[in-house]
Ligand binder design. Structure first.
Ligand code: OSB
Ligand code: MG
Length: 373
């Protein structure tokens, strides 16, 4: 498939509620969308880099630059056979996984449409079992103004049908929070995400979390660290999960070999996209690691692709893939809803991403657009 044109969009949508993490609050969610055109088909990709370089060094604006000046020119006119082809096209650009992942997603969408199958079916090709029709999901809540409000919010999510809750923590807002949650919800499956807010010196605090029977503790230490996590892990009984530190297949291998984690949160965009995400999935399965699909407050475009990835057999833990109504109202894509009876979301089964774009809504949130051909 010759890649004939690419449209790039900078969009900004208000979040339904501010998302507060250890690196600050977020009220409006900026991101990039792109479309890749070939043979009358259109593949969609989302770049989850956002307003500020809090979670990643990339922002929507750095991604705009890297995409416009380097990645898109290296894509136009190429003959796309398989989405894996992109790995060699982008070798000359170091880093910038979030920018690369937008093109990777569009290429997976485009080739799956060409082959008349869903993205989930395309991703599941190497495995004997097909993609799951529904995947278990959980909800990730930002830091609330008080513990009281956190408990209320958890109750609301449970009533909606969510069966796994993730809470953000930061130093000074951790053990007390976990104790209150466990007291109120004795059997709740819940976990904590520190987004790199601690150091090894905080080991006693992290050990104090052991008694609350957490599903896992996500990324307590440095965002580039693997080694210190391997030192922390034997000192706590809570399963340790890495997010920020796993930026490539190599890093996943380092982490698993030196015993830095029990579980990996695989965010496709953090690792340049779905090709590498699936490689890490395979490595994780081989190593006996727990796996789940992470989220970046995606629009429906990215959400569809998260769901497709999460349908692979190794993703045994609920993903950070909540219903659309938790993020945007309305979204630019027809909403994804929670199946309250089993705490899952149904994986799209139409061709490619299987989404329908609300073009009127999209037009209303675009701040800038550019066509490349
Ligand atoms: O650390 O997992 C994270 C959102 C933005 C940046 C980083 C993270 C998150 C989430 C939200 O936890 C997950 C979601 O999309 O619901
Ligand atoms: Mg995280």
């Amino acid at each position: 498939m010759k890649i004939e044109a690419i449209d790039l969009y900078y969009i900004s949508q208000p979040l339904i509620r501010p998302f507060v993490t250890s690196f600050g609050p977020q009220l409006d969610r900026d991101c990039l969308l792109l479309t890749m055109h070939s043979e009358g088909l259109t593949g969609w990709g989302e770049c989850v880099a956002t307003n500020d370089p809090g979670y990643s060094y990339e922002t929507a604006k750095t991604a705009w630059h890297i995409l416009s000046d380097f990645l898109i020119p290296a894509t136009l006119g190429q003959d796309l056979q398989n989405p894996e082809d992109l790995q060699s096209w982008y070798k000359f650009v170091r880093g910038h996984p979030l920018a690369k992942a937008a093109l990777d997603q569009a290429a997976w969408d485009l080739t799956a449409q060409r082959d008349g199958r869903s993205l989930a079916q395309a991703l599941a090709e190497p495995y004997e079992e097909g993609p799951r029709a529904r995947v278990p999901v959980g909800v990730s809540t930002g830091i609330q103004p008080s513990i009281e409000q956190t408990l209320d919010l958890i109750q609301q999510h449970i009533e909606k049908g969510y069966r796994r809750i993730k809470l953000k923590i930061k130093p000074g807002y951790d053990v007390q929070l976990a104790r209150a949650v466990r007291q109120q919800f004795p059997t709740l499956s819940f976990m904590l995400d520190a987004n790199s807010a601690y150091t090894l010196e905080d080991t006693p605090t992290l050990q104090a979390l052991d008694e609350f029977d957490l599903l896992m503790l996500e990324q307590p230490l440095g965002y580039e660290d693997i080694y210190n996590h391997s030192k922390l892990r034997p000192q706590i009984t809570t399963p340790l999960c890495l997010d920020e530190s796993i930026v490539s297949l190599d890093h996943a291998q380092f982490a698993l070999e030196i015993g830095a984690c029990d579980i990996i949160n695989i965010k496709p965009s953090r690792v340049t996209g779905w090709t590498v995400a699936r490689q890490i999935h395979d490595l994780g399965v081989q190593a006996g690691a727990g796996l789940w699909v992470g989220g970046m407050l995606e629009t429906g475009v990215g959400r569809a692709a998260q769901l497709a990835l999460a349908s692979l057999p190794g993703f045994t833990l609920p993903g950070d893939i909540s219903a659309t109504e938790r993020y945007y109202d309305p979204d630019i894509v027809a909403p994804f809803v929670l199946n309250a009876e089993d705490g899952t979301i149904t994986v799209p089964d139409g061709p490619g991403l299987g989404i329908s774009i609300d073009f009127a809504r999209l037009a209303a949130v675009i701040l800038e657009r550019k066509t490349f051909r």
